[in-house]
Design a protein around this ligand. Structure first.
Ligand SMILES: Nc1ncnc2c1ncn2[C@@H]1O[C@H](COP(=O)(O)OP(=O)(O)OP(=O)(O)O)[C@@H](O)[C@H]1O
Length: 253
């Protein structure tokens, strides 16, 4: 790994009951890159992100983060400083107030007592206030999360990520549930937060328009394989048509 590389996938294969989700995938990502992950439904985008965030483990191959095999990160606390993920359903707890959800970004760093106490008296309130200010909804600090709109909830998820402050941000279709205007607001906010803080960002995204507008590099996955990996300005219609074409492929070997 060179000093610029922050993520390395080496021959990663992931199968689900014989169905191959990712097939001998290898690529590297440099620190600070903004990478869009595109490809048809079922091409392996979520699986790739889940492996990186350690929600799932690969059948074969190795993933390195900052030169260390992810199998060797034994502490969740340390890993939470390396990798954070925003998922399609935001993973917020509806019944809690916004401040509690935002401060959940600190849970890995708190002991059990402080974590439990935080449900009654939010700890480190200033941290939450600053994060909510940055995403533009500080007035919602004590609102019940379920009363917020989808776009506001996504901002809460971003604020939680700011509090967690990982080096690598993963986002799985972060704006798919929002209307086009909110989607673009939230996406451009995510990109600015990543750029301002020199984070590495990998986002799966269905919108080619947004991939082209906001990202540096595009990885196209098809049937769990790397179909292309290009600087965004080298993406062309021919490649995109081929990526999304419905060629019948037998995945069950
Ligand atoms: N938990 C699971 N159990 C069984 N098969 C799975 C599981 N998760 C994913 N798969 C299969 O792995 C393949 C890749 O799925 P994945 O969710 O990674 O695709 P995706 O590109 O994220 O799709 P989408 O764009 O629809 O979210 C698919 O064939 C899917 O059916």
């Amino acid at each position: 790994m060179t000093s610029k590389e922050i993520i390395k996938f080496k021959n990663i294969t992931k199968k689900f009951k014989g169905n191959i989700a990712l097939s001998s995938l290898s690529f590297n990502i440099n620190k600070g890159e903004l990478v869009a992950l595109i490809g048809p439904s079922g091409s392996g985008k979520t699986t790739l992100l889940n492996l990186l965030s350690k929600i799932q483990t690969a059948n074969t191959g190795d993933i390195f983060i900052e030169n260390t095999n992810i199998k060797d990160y034994k502490s969740n606390k340390l890993y939470a400083k390396k990798v954070g993920m925003i998922r399609q359903q935001f993973d917020l707890i509806d019944e809690l107030t916004v401040i509690n959800n935002v401060l959940a970004g600190r849970l890995n760093e708190w002991n059990i007592l402080k974590s439990l106490l935080s449900l009654i008296i939010p700890q480190e309130k200033k941290l939450a206030v600053n994060a909510l200010k940055r995403v533009g909804i500080e007035e919602k600090l004590f609102a019940k999360t379920s009363t917020l709109s989808g776009g506001q909830q996504q901002r809460v998820a971003l604020a939680r990520l700011l509090v967690q402050n990982p080096n690598i941000i993963l986002a799985d279709e972060p704006v798919s549930s929002l209307d086009p205007t909110r989607a673009e607001d939230v996406l451009s906010l995510l990109i600015s937060l990543a750029k301002e803080n020199n984070k590495t960002l990998i986002t799966s995204i269905h919108s080619i328009k947004y991939a082209k507008k906001y990202f540096d590099r595009v990885i196209g996955l098809r049937n769990g394989e790397l179909f292309f990996d290009l600087p965004v300005n080298e993406l062309n219609e021919g490649l995109l048509t081929e990526l999304y074409s419905l060629k019948k492929v037998n995945n069950n070997e």
